[in-house]
Design a protein around this ligand. Structure first.
Ligand code: HEM
Ligand code: SF4
Ligand code: SF4
Length: 383
C-alpha cells in the first residue's frame, strides 16, 4: 500500500478503535487516540511511531481479519513507519534505494574495495596480509589521519541527515499543539525510551515475544557502551597521546567488549524471534528492513570482536578492513535505514509525555496516580 492508502486506512481503523476502546491501557497509543475525535495525516505519523509493535492489541482484537473490519494496528503502524521514514529523510530518493533492499551490503562491499585500493596505493597491498603488533599496529594498515577524516565526514553526513528528518517529523506532529514542550516532558520521554516501557514484557501468541524488550535493552545499552568506548579511545589518543591497541584490562577494551557482546546477543535474539513470527502479523517491508538493520549491527559487532581477538596476528589487516567497511556503510546508510527509528520514536514519546501532562493537569492526584499504573488497562481487560 502507498503512504496515502495507509493513512486513509489508518484513519478508518482508528475510528473503529476509538469506538471500541477494548485495548485502552495496553500502551500509549490508546490514550493518544482517546484524546482525539478525528485523525489527521500528522496524527497517523505520530501514532505510528508511538506503537512499539508488541502486538498485544491484535491478539485481543475481535475485529481483526477475517472480520470485515480488518483491524490490525501493529501491521498498519509498521507499514506506515516504513513509508514515513522515506518521506522524512533527505534526499528521500536515497531512502528508497537503500532503505530495505540490501543497501548496507552494497555500500559495505564498495567500501571494502576502496579500503583495499587505498592500502595498495599507500602502504602497499602486503601490509594488509602481514602481522602487525604493538602500539599503532592498526595505523600501519590505514593511517590515523585518513581514518579520522573519513569517519569525521561520514559522522557529519549521518547526523545531518538525522537532524533534517527529525525537524520535518517534529514540525508535522507538533502542528496542532501550540503549547511549548517542558523539561519534564523530555525527562519523562527519556525514561519511557530507556525502559522501553511500551514494548511489553508479556508473551503474545508470537513465540518468545516477551523477550524482545530485554534483547532490545541488550542491543541499546551495548551500543551505548561501544559509543562510550570509542569516545574514551579518542580521549586517550588525542589528550593523553596513547595510541591503540590498548591492553585487555583497559577501560576502552572492557567497554567495547561488553558492548559488542550485548549487541551480538541482542541482535541474534531479535533476528531469531522475527524468524519465528507469523508473517501475517507484520508488514513485509518492515520485517525486511528490521532484519537488515539487526544484521548490520551484528556484522559490525562480530567483526569488531574478531579484530580484538586477532589483533596480533596476520589476518588482522583483512578483518580490520572488513570491520571498517561495515562501520562506514552503517554511517553512510544511517539516515535511510531502520536506524532512524530511535529519533522518531523518541520525538513521539516527547509529544506523548506532553499530551499526558496536559490531559492530567486537571485531574485529582488520586486519579493521576491510578492513570500512571501501566497495568491499569491490562487487568481490566483480562478480568
Ligand atoms: C529512543 C530510543 C529507542 C526506542 C524507543 C526504540 C524502540 C524500538 C522498538 C519499539 C522496536 C520494535 C519495533 C520496531 O521494530 O520498530 C525496536 C527495534 C529495534 N531497535 Fe530500537 N529503539 C530505540 C533505540 C535503538 C538504538 C539506539 C538501537 C541500536 C543502535 C536500536 C536497535 C534496535 C534493533 C536492532 C531493533 C530490531 C529491528 C527489527 O527487528 O525490526 N534501537 N526499537
Ligand atoms: S484493536 Fe480491536 S479490540 Fe483493540 S480497540 Fe481496536 S478494535 Fe477494539
Ligand atoms: S504497542 Fe502494542 S498494544 Fe500498542 S498499538 Fe502497538 S501493537 Fe498495539
Amino acid at each position: 500500500m502507498s503512504l496515502n492508502e495507509l493513512i486513509t486506512d489508518g484513519k478508518r481503523q482508528m475510528q473503529v478503535c476509538n469506538a471500541c476502546r477494548y485495548c485502552e491501557g495496553y500502551c500509549a497509543v490508546w490514550r493518544a487516540i482517546e484524546w482525539r475525535r478525528t485523525f489527521t495525516e500528522n496524527d497517523m505519523a505520530y501514532l505510528a511511531n508511538l506503537c512499539h509493535d508488541c502486538k498485544e492489541c491484535v491478539f485481543a482484537c475481535p475485529f481483526t481479519t477475517p472480520h470485515e473490519f480488518g483491524i490490525h494496528p501493529p501491521k498498519l503502524f509498521s507499514g506506515l513507519r516504513e513509508e514515513l521514514y522515506k518521506k522524512y529523510s533527505w534526499p528521500s530518493g536515497l531512502a528508497k534505494a537503500i532503505g530495505n533492499k540490501g543497501g548496507f551490503w552494497i555500500i559495505a562491499i564498495v567500501a571494502f574495495l576502496l579500503i583495499v585500493a587505498i592500502v595498495a596505493g599507500t602502504n602497499g597491498l602486503p601490509t594488509l596480509l602481514e602481522q602487525h603488533a604493538g602500539k599503532g599496529s592498526f595505523y600501519r594498515v590505514l593511517s590515523e589521519a585518513f581514518l579520522e577524516v573519513t569517519f569525521g565526514a561520514l559522522g557529519i553526513w549521518f547526523i545531518g541527515g538525522w537532524m533534517i528528518g527529525a525537524v520535518r517529523f517534529w514540525r508535522d506532529i507538533r502542528s496542532t499543539t501550540p503549547e511549548r514542550v517542558q523539561g519534564v516532558d523530555i525527562r519523562k520521554a527519556i525514561t519511557y525510551a530507556l525502559r522501553l516501557r511500551y514494548l511489553g514484557d508479556e508473551e503474545t501468541e508470537e513465540p518468545f515475544s516477551g523477550h524482545r524488550k530485554w534483547l532490545h535493552h541488550s542491543v541499546f545499552y551495548g551500543f551505548l557502551l561501544d559509543v562510550a568506548s570509542t569516545t574514551l579511545a579518542a580521549v586517550y589518543a588525542h589528550i593523553f597521546h596513547i595510541q591503540a591497541p590498548y591492553p585487555f584490562y583497559h577501560p576502552v577494551v572492557i567497554l567495547g567488549t561488553l558492548g559488542g557482546i550485548g549487541i551480538i546477543i541482542g541482535t541474534s535474539g531479535l533476528i531469531y524471534i522475527k524468524s519465528r513470527s507469523n508473517d501475517a502479523n507484520s508488514n513485509k517491508n518492515a520485517k525486511r528492513s528490521g532484519n537488515a538493520f539487526s544484521i548490520s549491527l551484528l556484522t559490525i559487532a562480530v567483526t569488531g570482536m574478531l579484530v580484538l581477538i586477532c589483533r596480533d596476528t596476520a589476518p588482522m589487516g583483512i578483518i580490520l578492513a572488513l570491520h571498517l567497511s561495515s562501520v562506514a556503510s552503517l554511517f553512510f546508510t544511517a539516515p535511510y535505514t531502520k536506524f532512524v527509528h530511535f529519533i522518531y520514536r523518541f520525538l513521539a514519546l516527547v509529544q506523548y509525555a506532553q499530551e499526558e501532562r496536559l490531559a492530567e493537569s486537571h485531574l485529582t492526584p488520586k486519579v493521576r496516580k491510578e492513570n500512571s499504573n501501566p497495568y491499569r488497562g491490562k487487568f481490566a481487560n483480562r478480568g
